[in-house]
Design a protein around this ligand. Sequence first.
Ligand code: ZN
Ligand code: ZN
Length: 347
Amino acid sequence: MHSDALYAHNMVRFTVLASGSKGNSTIVSGGHTRILVDAGLSCRELFRRMRLAGEEPETLDAIIITHEHSDHIHGLAVTARKLGIPVYFTEGTHRAWMRWLAPRRQMTYAQWLEQCRQQAAARQAEIDAAALECESDESDEDDVERPVSAGRQETPEATVTVQAAAVVEQEPSEPAKDPTWLPCVQYFRAGEAFLIGDIAVSPFTIPHDATDPVGFVFQAEGVRMAVATDLGYIPPNVKAQLKGVDLLLLESNHDLEMLRDGPYPWSVKQRVLSRVGHLSNEAAATYLETEYDGQATYVILGHLSESNNLPELARITAERALNGRASLLANRLLLAAQHEPLTPISF
Ligand SMILES: [Zn+2]
Ligand SMILES: [Zn+2]
């Protein structure tokens, strides 16, 4: 369907599938690599949106997670299993995600890891068998979220690819019964850049009320794309990371007045407003006006609150802050939406 020539013109691409408190997910493509950043919608909905945006779910190479809040990980397990691809987390986020899925787990993390290792030999045979089946399992594309039934317990393993560089492999003997089972887990640390295929990833710490939340700068073929949402304010380390980016996805969560007068209980309002909450339209604008270097071709406002913001309000506040710097060639201002994907941005 796609010619090589077409792909050659679309080597670096950024596709926001969803942005907001009901789910966040973006695809970053560069060279031959495609990464899903967060999986905050159900697998079925993610796949539907990917196809709407002209992205093919089957070509994803990895999933990378910013933090464990459910609007970022809701569809993670099913999507990773369905595609058989590795998931990149910080260790803290992975542990928090596991606690969220299996809060009554009695084992310590170390015990659980040890159990996984002991089962490695037994499961290798299952993986080999499943890998063979995988080649004949192309027919259920539309059935992306079918729960694993008794008759099809092999489904999650059917597309497992064993990653040579796996830091932690986790395949307990009965993955269908373990909600935390993933085909492959890779750890990274904030402040330490690494490669996923052709894409360089620089994770950086963000101030947010999660265990070990991060933002990212992705670089492919000289194009730098930043994801900076879910942050209470913009500290110096984040400002440093956002220098010289070609695309900036920046949080513009709420209008301060709308939040103050809006429907949230006071405790939630305080949380959102705190230094580990969410970035307001006004705070995003202050950054754009006073600190932002104006280098990006695209500035995308994201994670807009549906209760405490209006897209036009966010847009006007940012436009004013960009102060005439927006043009066709630079600082093109876009708004990421909750309910539909943004048209893919190609470099
Ligand atoms: Zn969050
Ligand atoms: Zn969020």
